[in-house]
Design a protein around this ligand. Structure first.
Ligand code: COA
Length: 186
């Protein structure tokens, strides 16, 4: 699997995040506000407190290049459920970065004791659907007309993964996975 390193998002990643969020695909398939209000990005990064929400920069292990980012929704430690999300910068796509990232994120969430992981993928985003399938997620169905941003609504595929379903996991053995989020993120 393509090696990636995930490190907790900090203010130092803001320029790279802003650059990534200029991309049309990121704007279309994520909830990044368009146009982006002044200061929004700082508040967004600060919201990843490492307890209720987690966010990571995805880096190339060889040269530290910013490849993308990965985030959780609110971590529900009572219901033991979490939603995961990711984006890859245009120049790093098609190399398995998102697949490795979602794998690492999912491994982390399972290690945190989560019993149900979800990824919501817009219909019409086949690359992201493929990423979910490759990591072992199951397509449960389509959530119709979900509020996306402003007046915009989207149909979203709901993909889920339960313990024991992560691709490469055999009888609880560690998968051939890239390095996961650093302990500092926990
Ligand atoms: C979707 C996204 C995360 C994929 O990142 P990536 O690093 O290129 O993904 P990977 O290389 O790990 O895997 C992409 C897979 O989709 C496949 N794919 C790409 N375009 C495709 C298409 N149009 N139709 C079907 N499959 C497609 C690739 O062949 C690959 O599958 P494979 O490994 O079996 O060959 C990236 O394009 C992105 O950041 N998009 C904008 C933000 C976004 O959509 N985030 C996800 C929100 S749910």
């Amino acid at each position: 699997m393509r090696p990636v390193v995930l490190v907790p998002l900090t203010a130092a990643h803001v320029p790279a995040l802003l650059d990534a969020m200029q991309d049309a695909q990121v704007r279309r398939f994520t909830r990044v506000p368009v146009p982006m209000p002044d200061g929004w990005i700082d508040t967004w990064v600060a919201g990843f407190d490492g307890e209720r929400r987690h966010g990571w920069a995805v880096l190339d292990p060889d040269d530290g290049r910013f490849l993308g980012y990965a985030v959780t929704g609110p971590v529900d430690r009572t219901a033991r459920e979490v939603e995961l999300g990711y984006a890859v910068v245009p120049g790093a796509r098609g190399q398995g970065v998102a697949t490795a990232t979602l794998h690492a994120l999912s491994r982390w969430a399972l290690d945190e004791g989560m019993l149900r992981l979800t990824a919501l993928v817009s219909t019409g985003n086949p690359a992201s659907s493929r990423v979910c399938a490759r990591v072992g997620y199951t397509l449960e169905g389509v959530l119709r007309s979900v509020h996306h941003r402003g007046e915009e609504r989207q149909d979203l595929e709901c993909w889920s993964l339960l313990p024991g379903e992560l691709a490469g996991d055999v009888a609880g053995e560690p998968a051939d996975a890239p390095p996961g989020p650093s302990p500092a993120a926990n």
